[in-house]
Design a protein around this ligand. Structure first.
Ligand SMILES: [Zn+2]
Length: 313
């Protein structure tokens, strides 16, 4: 496989079951994206290098070429997406423009089966991917002689009350009642409020806070949010130090969060903490995750892009 292991645990070998998937898809609503032919063509090149197949039109040899690419992996409910590259006249040189000899650029369609990101299998894959990414960050940090901190952030009753009020009045202005929303949406609205506090916490850790004698630190992070039994959000955080000269201090972590509530941090001794932080992502589709730019996309210290992430939505 040309792309690295993080892309899909299942691989996307073309087999009879995948052909079946595309045939079955004709009965499902396809998401159609119209794009310039050149863009679809370059996407198709990557697709063909990664197990896609060219499907000739059954009747017309000059019909747009169709590439089928199944990247839905284990998904039980894959979504058909069609990137339609439209054919067009293209002048290859100024001379051609003047003489009117423009060249016909044939169209090409890229049909994909992409994961639904909702089913049980997709959620397992999501947790697996973030777990693997976290392990990679843990190892990078360790190799640089740094530590990884794993912690949980919760909110005090007074802070909860303030955040609830903030969410209520924000929604009130739009004529929506927070309590009338389904629990999942209430959770999302509360996460919107609590997220600001967590963002500020991370900013303060990075910049330090002179008054509280917290020194600036350099780190990368992974943040997952999950609901308590009463649907109020709490956060699991992985903080990977990147500079041995600018470490995180336990006292600093506690000082910066103590206004908001309770936090418990410990130094992760193994990658088990990474898996724990990602575990919840496999349980419910509305669990959310936030991380540093290119989190976990480093191989041997070199940051790479994930071709599947750039091509799927
Ligand atoms: Zn799925």
């Amino acid at each position: 496989m040309a792309f690295h292991a993080m892309s899909q645990p299942a691989g996307s070998a073309v087999g009879p079951e995948n052909v079946e998937r595309f045939r079955g898809a004709s009965r499902r609503r396809t998401l159609v994206i119209n794009r310039p032919a050149a863009e679809v063509r370059s996407a198709s090149v990557i697709a063909l290098q990664n197990g896609a197949v060219i499907v000739p039109h059954p009747f017309y040899s000059d019909a747009p070429q169709r590439i089928e690419w199944d990247i839905a992996g284990f998904c039980r409910n894959p979504v058909p997406v069609l990137q339609r590259g439209e054919g067009h006249m293209e002048a290859s040189s100024p001379v051609a423009v003047r003489s009117g000899e423009a060249v016909w650029q044939p169209g090409r369609d890229l049909a994909q089966m992409v994961p639904c990101r909702q089913c049980k299998e997709c959620l397992k894959v999501r947790a697996w991917r973030w777990g693997e990414a976290a392990k990679r960050e843990f190892n990078l940090s360790e190799a640089a002689g740094c530590r990884t901190h794993f912690g949980t952030l919760t909110f005090r009753p007074e802070v909860r009350y303030l955040l609830l009020t903030a969410a209520r009045s924000r929604l009130d202005r739009e004529g929506i009642c927070l309590e009338a929303l389904p629990p999942k949406e209430q959770f999302a609205e509360l996460h919107h409020e609590t997220g600001h506090l967590v963002t500020n916490f991370l900013k303060d850790l990075r910049n330090g806070r002179l008054k509280s004698k917290v020194k600036p630190a350099r780190f990368r992070y992974l943040l997952t949010v999950e609901p308590h039994s009463d649907w109020f959000p709490h956060y699991h955080v992985l903080l990977h130090e990147v500079d041995p000269l600018k470490p995180l201090r336990n006292a600093g972590l506690e000082t910066l969060w103590k206004d908001h509530g309770f936090c418990k941090f410990r130094v992760a001794r193994s990658t088990n903490a990474c898996l724990y932080a990602a575990k919840y992502l496999s349980k419910v589709s509305f669990a959310r995750v936030r991380a540093s730019v290119n989190y976990g996309e480093a191989i041997n210290g070199v940051r790479t892009i994930d071709p599947l992430n750039t091509l799927t939505f």
